[in-house]
Design a protein around this ligand. Structure first.
Ligand code: BEZ
Length: 226
């Protein structure tokens, strides 16, 4: 399938109609982090649960200078009607207002540009299905993360928040993120940083873990002590 974005590539500056009016993507990005996530179609059950969860998580993302924007095939009118269902699913007033815009797209140009189409799965009109994509862009407008799911499994917004926090941490500090890391856990000091420099960079101290009986160690920085 042609199209698609490269990690560290600058986001395309596309124009689109959304539930909050027309946008130019670079203006929307501004100096924020942005999560662009796509959906196969409006009014479908899995997508409804995902957008409901995204709405619940919106304040957590906003606290971290992260904006959300969804994309689904169908028109703005459909998106607004669907937003009522999403709010109702969340136990809220069934209004058209969500804490993020939904991009309208009635043709496949944008999905092709962004590499969001399933090459094998077609809808009842024979058109390719848009898969569930998560793109995270940094304030420099460059792609920092890309995850593609087929249409049927759903995403996990706890994990999307976790990985965005990890991306922000690794952008700000010379650390790496160990397996199954959760916000507040210790992070790893980059193994390439010499001992003396690590002491200066992490003046509150690091601790080490042996990986075998020899001298090999990993250094950790206890994040909670920041
Ligand atoms: C859903 O969101 O429920 C869905 C989307 C595409 C195909 C099947 C289900």
């Amino acid at each position: 399938m042609p199209g698609g974005l490269l990690l560290r590539g600058v986001a395309p500056n596309f124009e689109a109609n959304t539930t909050v009016g027309p946008i130019c993507f670079h203006d929307f990005l501004g100096d924020s982090w942005v999560i662009l996530f796509s959906h196969p179609r409006d009014f479908t059950p899995v997508c409804t649960t995902e957008l409901g969860r995204a709405a619940n998580f919106a304040p957590e993302f906003a606290k971290r200078n992260v904006k959300l924007i969804a994309l689904s095939i169908n028109s703005v009118e459909d998106h607004l009607a669907w937003s009522k269902d999403i709010n109702a699913y969340n136990g809220e007033e069934p209004t058209e207002k969500l804490p993020f815009p939904i991009i309208d797209y009635k043709n496949w140009d944008l999905a092709i540009l962004l590499g969001m189409l399933d090459p094998a799965e077609k809808d009842e009109k024979g058109m390719p299905v848009t898969v569930r994509v998560v793109f995270v862009f940094g304030p420099d407008k460059k792609l920092k993360l890309s995850i593609l799911y087929l249409a049927l499994p759903s995403r996990n917004f706890d994990d999307i928040l976790r990985v965005v926090i990890s991306l922000q941490l690794t952008a700000e500090k010379r650390v790496a993120i160990p397996v199954d890391w959760k916000d507040g856990d210790s992070v790893m000091v980059l193994p390439t940083i010499p001992e003396e420099e690590a002491k200066k960079l992490f003046p509150k101290g690091v601790f080490t873990k042996k990986i075998r009986a020899g001298e090999e160690t990993f250094k950790y920085f206890p994040l909670k002590k920041l």
